[in-house]
Each structure stands twice: as C-alpha cells, then as structure tokens.
Design a protein around this ligand. Structure first.
Ligand code: GLY
Length: 352
C-alpha cells in the first residue's frame, strides 16, 4: 500500500518504520525533521514516576512492554546502537505530604509493578551523593530510559534503509470527501496516497482542528559523574545517558517561543544541584528547547478514519507511547484490527 505520513517526530517515524518493515511503500512529509520535540525529550519510560492512572497507565504499561523488541528491531535495521535500559527510576519526594500520597498511589494503583519504598535513611546510605533534601523515595524497578536523540537517529537511518522517502513541505490543507482523505496540500506541492497518517505533534491544531497546543520545555545537557539510574523529583529530573546527563525540564505556556531563557536555565540548574550537589562541578554542554503536544486532559488523540489515522497529542510521553502508537496503525492497516484505544482516546471527547 502507498502510505503518506505527515509529521516526522517519534510517532511519525516509528509508524513509518513499522509500516515500511511490513512491506509498505511509505513517504513521510515534514516541515522540518529536526524540529520535533522528540529530539529534546528526556527519554524517561516512566508510567509510574509520572503518576499515570487508569486508561493512560494501561496504555503506557502496554507500550513499555513493547520497548525491548522495538529497540532490538530498530537497531537491527538501522545498524546503530540505541542507548536503552530498564534500570529503574528513583522517584524522590521533598515533603511528607507528597511522599505519603505517592506511597498510597503505589500500593493502590501500582501493585502490578516491582517497586521499593526508601526512607530518608535508606536514601542516605544507598545513594550517598544525594543531598539531604529528599525525605523519601520510591524505586520503580521496571521503568526505563532511552536516549531520544539516538532513537531518532536510528529511526531516520532505519527508514532510509527501508527506502522510506522523506519530503520537506508544510502541509496546510486536507482534501476530504465523504469521510475519505483524497489528498493533502502543502506549501510546495500536493500529495495523494492509499492511506494517510497524521502525526503532526504540537503543530496539529490548524490542520486537524483539534485542541493540541505547544507546551514549551527547556532541558540541559551536562557532562558529569557517572550515574546508574534516573533521579526524578518535582524540582528536576536527572537522566544519565551514555556520554552525558540530561537535566529536565521546564514546562511553559509560551507558544512556539523557541528561545532558551536565563530563568529557565537557572531553575533547572538550581533544581539539579538541590538533588545532587556535586553536579555543580559538571560541565554545561547546551540547552535545548522543544514543544510538547499538550491536550486539555493530557491524553493522546487517536482517530481511525476510512483511509487515515490521526495520532497526536502525546504530550509528555511521546517516546514511551511510540511503539504502541505505531503498532495500532500497523494492526489496522495490515490486519484490519482496530485497537480499542481509538475509542478510549478518540478526539470526539472534545466536541461532546
Ligand atoms: N516526560 C517529561 C517531560 O515531558 O518533561
């Protein structure tokens, strides 16, 4: 089948990868393949540390369970290594109330995952480089961490190796008749296909008329001490990769303002040093800015039309949700299986 994917963030490229691997003829049209928030993402695979519940928790855990196989196949096709582990994430708490609530949530909602509660005393003996500020923590042992830049590089290489064409254009109009997409128009050209997938991230609103808006995030790259796992608190998350550490992230309602700011950097640095004081000696490498595709209820939006799919609004968890979002499109196109998540996260919830 000839398939056109509009958007080249992690959702678009993962979908392109799965469809091309399954033998489809795939083109990706993008306004700028370096612009997606996926390049800036922290890459934490953290359903529990993010405090997700209900449908979102189920969706997240299912996508996490696909991750190892997704990375294995991606590495094979791209011939690149992608830094990925399931070493766990240590969720840290700075006050009793927060810690109490998190422990209650863990024992009620997170019974099916392996976690360990750590008191302040446990933290001081097991994680001696932490400051005295965290009063307790929960180690979610099955959570993971992937290098988003390497993941995106591997997706681009894998797509190239599978003959996926990447076209540069800004799609501004969808031509629809009787519920079917007949073509899409860009600033440069028009495109037709047998099937269309819209993965337009934070840029979805004008094209798809859905309430998806940019939530600006600034994140720092530093070179510092070797850390084994992610340290996640409300004032900063510290995410070790192979050769660097990420310090995340601001969350700002600032439209598409792509400037790194002094205030943003200051708050990130202060937050990180309050958790691990020795990071003050680390080398500051750079600041990156991205735009999370936010929705009013912080849930993604999926729609399966006659010859198209919409897969947008992945907000803070696009990296985590990529394997399952891609699998949903593949199952629909190849087997006619319509995932129940198309109903759970239907865009109709915003018009009802
Ligand atoms: N997933 C973390 C963030 O979006 O900041």
């Amino acid at each position: 089948m000839n398939i056109l994917i509009i958007g080249s963030g992690v959702i678009g490229l993962s979908t392109a990868f799965e469809l091309a691997l399954s033998g489809h003829n795939v083109r990706v049209v993008t306004r700028n393949y370096e612009e997606g928030s996926s390049w800036v993402a922290g890459g934490m695979l953290a359903p529990y540390s993010e405090g997700l519940t209900g449908d979102l928790l189920r969706f997240s855990v299912e996508s996490l369970s696909l991750y190892s196989d997704f990375i294995r196949r991606l590495e094979e096709v791209s011939r690149l290594n992608v830094y990925f582990n399931r070493n766990g994430i240590l969720r840290l708490f700075l006050n009793e109330k927060e810690y109490e609530e998190a422990r209650r949530q863990a024992s009620d909602d997170y019974r099916n995952t392996d976690f360990e509660e750590l008191s302040g005393k446990d933290l001081r003996s097991r994680e001696p480089f932490l400051s005295g500020e965290p009063i307790g923590g929960i180690l979610f042992k099955e959570e993971g961490n992937v290098d988003s830049e390497k993941l995106m590089d591997a997706l681009l290489f894998a797509c190239e190796n599978l003959s996926v064409k990447i076209l540069l254009d800004d799609i501004v109009e969808i031509e629809k008749k009787n519920g079917k997409v007949e073509g899409v128009k860009g600033l440069k050209d028009s495109y037709t296909a047998d099937f269309y997938v819209f993965t337009t991230g934070a840029w979805s609103r004008p094209l798809l008329n859905l309430p998806v808006y940019p939530v600006k995030g600034q994140i720092l790259k530093i070179k510092g001490p070797e850390l084994e796992k992610v340290y996640y608190s409300n004032i900063s998350y510290i995410i070790p990769k192979e050769n660097y550490i990420l310090i995340g992230a601001t969350s700002e309602d600032a439209g598409f303002d792509s400037r790194p700011t002094v205030g943003g950097v200051k708050s990130l640095l202060e937050g990180a040093v309050r958790i691990i004081p020795s990071l003050a000696e680390a080398e500051l490498l750079n600041v990156k800015v991205g735009f999370r595709p936010g929705t009013p209820d912080e849930k993604p939006v999926f729609e399966a039309g006659e010859n198209y799919v919409i897969s947008v609004g992945h907000y803070r968890n696009g990296i985590l949700w990529a394997p399952l979002s891609a699998r949903m499109v593949l199952d629909l196109v190849d087997k006619g299986i319509r995932s129940p998540y198309f109903d759970t996260f239907s865009g109709k919830r915003f018009s009802e």
